[in-house]
Write a protein that binds this ligand. Structure first.
Ligand code: NAP
Ligand code: MG
Length: 476
């Protein structure tokens, strides 16, 4: 059994859970510990006891720890990428890419640990000086989803440690393998015991303890809207700092003046790569009349050529859906869209492959409207719906007609439309002639409206969540 890491020791779970390969459900990646309430409490107590010492640690020590972790991740990118593809179903090149990203995130925050500083400001009163200090918030609970099992843990753990917080980390039970591998590296990085703790187990047990424990000062959560909303209100009641990154219903607008090739590439990549299991995936194509038929034809032709198979097999372009529950949900949404009047022009069916896995053909549904459920609710699978519009103004209105606001894309050769869209798209991230998914590791990430709550993650903006400021007035 892969154990939890609590107060510097590897601890067996009270029970365990098998981590299953969605490309081949006879392949068990491993059995991973499930902590109980007591073990989750122990981890929080350990973090709380260790945090003051970590807060007082030298910046050099923090840099060295984070740099060590980044270096080892990068050196083991093939092996860790293999693990990621096996446990989550992302194809190997994408999985290796995610591992590399995680490595660079640790390197980036090694540097941020050195750069984090306060301000010195003169007072409006004579003889008084003001120092604004940035201090860690204390113990942070980090809760991550299964779809980026190494990058998301990295972009939470690295800034948390860089700025002097102690960590209790809970990966998703569906894909805990990369979280465990990351913990194993961190455990050998020279970090003092108790500063970093891995507590695998269910959200309803371990996650719930983290959210409600009085010694957890902040929660950074990425996952579904329902769970996020619940955690947000619990944290509000307990006066805990909270940051929530949740779902999306990201539009890709395609205008008549778009370069068709660019638009089709952006659409196919954004909607279907990583099996559509990206919070930034394009799930709504908003297409103007003049290019509509050419766009649908070209996307359909491309989808027909995409190879859906084992995530680890050479040449696979789309891996399996993560599990049977998600697969049923994806297929159900295709049905819902059809019942509402949508036309399935390609895919949306369960596929059989040599190995028994959760395979599905990428689905394109045309003739849909903004009012339909398929355009309101997040599917989180290889399913995209298309809304035909008259012109740019209608396209912008439809793109914004959603409770979500994570990523929003446009394909156009018009600088006017691109600039206008950049200004008026209601989203945390805007992409012009690029897929809605696929972002850099050194700049802020997050959304608006129902997609995100609290300050941004990643880049130098991560400091907002993982530190608090203290304003000191000094009369010498
Ligand atoms: P999820 O079901 O909400 O789970 C996310 C995490 O929360 C898991 O670790 C889960 O534990 C835990 N959890 C569940 N119930 C909890 C509770 N009551 N208290 C505390 N923690 C709890 O989401 P998911 O199915 O793993 O991931 C898919 C979702 O993530 C999608 O909606 C996607 O859009 C979103 N996502 C958003 C972003 C972003 O940055 N905006 C990025 C990636 C994914 P267990 O599952 O282990 O029980
Ligand atoms: Mg889940």
């Amino acid at each position: 059994m892969f154990k939890n890491y609590i107060n510097g020791e590897w601890i067996d779970g009270k029970t365990g859970k098998d981590n299953i390969n969605p490309s081949d459900i006879t392949d068990i990646v491993g059995t991973y510990a499930r902590a109980d309430v007591q073990q989750a409490n122990n981890a929080i107590e350990a973090a709380s006891a260790a945090q003051p010492m970590w807060s007082a640690s030298t910046l050099q020590h923090r840099f060295d720890v984070l740099d060590f972790v980044g270096t080892e991740i990068l050196a083991r990118k093939q092996e860790l990428g293999n693990l990621l593809a096996r446990e989550e179903g992302k194809i190997l090149p994408e999985a290796v890419g995610e591992v590399v990203r995680a490595g660079y995130i640790f390197k980036f925050f090694a540097g941020e640990a050195l750069r984090c500083s306060g301000e010195h400001i003169r007072s409006v009163r004579p003889g008084v000086e003001i120092d604004i200090l940035r201090q860690p918030i204390g113990v942070v609970g980090l809760i991550s989803p299964w779809n980026y099992p190494i990058a998301i843990p990295a972009w939470k753990i690295a800034p948390a440690l860089a700025f002097g917080n102690a960590v209790v980390f809970k990966p998703a039970e569906l894909a805990p393998g990369c979280g465990w591998a990351l913990a194993d590296i961190i455990a050998r990085s020279g970090i003092p015991k108790g500063v970093f703790n891995l507590v695998m187990g269910s959200g309803s047990t371990v996650g719930n303890v983290m959210v409600n424990h009085p010694k957890v000062d902040g929660i950074s959560f990425t996952g579904s809207v329902e769970v996020g909303r619940q955690i947000g209100s619990q944290c509000g009641q307990k006066m805990k700092k909270v940051q929530l990154e949740m779902g999306g219903k990201n539009p890709l607008v395609v205008l008549d003046d778009a370069d068709l090739n660019v638009a089709v590439n952006a659409a196919v990549n954004g909607a279907y790569f990583s099996t559509g299991q990206r919070c930034t995936a394009s799930s709504r194509f908003v297409v103007t009349e003049g290019i509509h038929d050419r766009f649908v034809k070209a996307v359909t032709e491309r989808l027909a050529r995409l190879k859906v198979d084992d995530a680890l097999a050479e040449g696979t372009e789309i891996g399996p859906v993560v599990d049977d529950t998600q697969l049923s949900k994806d297929l159900e949404y295709v049905e819902v869209a059809q019942k509402e009047g949508g036309k399935v022009v390609y895919g949306g069916e369960r596929l059989k492959r040599a190995k028994n896995g959760y395979y599905m053909s990428p689905a394109l549904i045309t003739e849909t409207t903004s009012a339909m459920r398929i355009n309101k609710e997040e599917v989180f699978g290889p399913v995209a719906s298309l809304i035909r519009v008259k012109n740019y103004d209608e396209a912008l209105a439809v793109a914004n007609d959603t409770p979500f606001g994570l990523s929003s894309g446009i394909c156009t050769t018009s600088l006017n439309h691109a600039s206008h869209f950049k200004e008026y798209a209601q989203a945390g991230m805007v992409m012009v002639n690029l897929p809605t998914a696929g972002v850099d590791y050194h700049v802020p990430f997050g959304g608006r409206k129902g997609s995100s709550y609290g300050s941004r993650e990643q880049g130098k903006y991560a400091v907002e969540f993982y530190t608090t400021v203290k304003t000191c007035y000094i009369a010498p």
